[in-house]
Design a protein around this ligand. Sequence first.
Ligand code: ATP
Ligand code: MG
Length: 418
Amino acid sequence: MKHKTLKGFQDILPPEISVWQHIEKISRDVFKTYGYQEIRLPVLESTDIFTRSIGETSDIVEKEMYTFTDKGDRSVTLRPEGTASFVRAYVEHHLFNNPAPQKFYYMGPMFRYERPQAYRYRQFYQIGAEAMGVEDPKLDAEIISMLSKILNSTGLEGVNFELTSIGCKNCRPAYRDALKNFLRDRLNSFCGDCQRRFDLNPLRILDCKVPGCIESRQGSPAVLDHLCADCKQHFDGLKRNLETLSVRHSINPNLVRGLDYYTKTAFEVTSESLGSQKAVAAGGRYDGLVDEFGGPPTPGIGFAIGMERIIPLIKGSMSKAEPPDLLICPLGQEAPEKGLLLAEQLRSSGIWAEVNYEQTSLKSQMRKANRLGAKNVIVLGEDELKKGEVVVKNMVNGTETKAVLEVQELKKIIKAGK
Ligand code: ATP
Ligand code: MG
């Protein structure tokens, strides 16, 4: 019987995994300089964590969630995104008692039952950040600048930062009315989902990907023209702060996010190289979400980067297999055991050493060294063991260096040759 991964799921194997680790490391380093601490959240949550916060009429909740009943008859869901789980944890552990802003990041898999296609999976990975307790747009500018720094440091090029404000609970009702007035006469030309959304959540119509709906909503009123004084001031402040930090961005008044909890700032980072799955990262403010989870009213802002979308954009230069620093080729009776020990000692001093286990000819051992791409080779024969001396052959530049069979000396030569 053949066993295969489920549709939309994938194994991530070497050498590609080194690209993942590279991005994770860069992110951790950048997060540290901005004071973000890691938080690890469960992948399984009670279903209502998501239905209430993301919104009953969102695509995620309507169609995409991995929801099932567990053996205790509870409805549970594999997390489709990080923010709802994060806010649940923030409230559950009273993290709001720490001095604001409280800053956190997470990395891990998310699950959505979507139609798998290029750059769209059913299990995908996000790196996300959340900053809590500050309403000032300087925090928005800071977190967007941090995102830009992470993406730039990974070597990602040619991405655009698109930005807008989607208002708050004070200005949204008037905007909602204006939008409904615009849509009412042409509702017939929208898809069935959008017709249903008209009463439930008309803003969602702006996010529909059906080509006919995109066409029919051309010319609809923009939320940016309906912001209340507070939201407008916040957005103006954000634009100014982004100029101060030299974060390149463009204003996209048509940007809408697929989740209900967003307020004010919303942004998306896009790349033209990914076809229709062009969002590589996205985020925004969610000033009402902590309240919704029963915590004290606390503003918050966050983003999530889609790993599978940035990896193909930087992979080319990086996904070569890593070669070992050294291959030890033993010859004769005693050498294999001595080689085993030498490799172990070198590893303790930070050298990636491999030792050939097979008792084969020198020629075939050298072939193996080439296949592995080993940076250095030591032949360990009876002579070498008797004299306590070896030759370190640098396979990259061809030089040969005599050395005493001693860990520190070998380490020095191997490091110097790097
Ligand atoms: P899209 O419009 O592409 O469906 P989204 O608005 O549903 O994206 P978010 O919920 O904002 O996405 O998630 C943040 C990021 O996570 C996206 O910008 C994207 O990079 C990534 N992402 C979302 N869904 C998937 C998926 N099914 N497969 C791979 N990456 C994904
Ligand atoms: Mg989606």
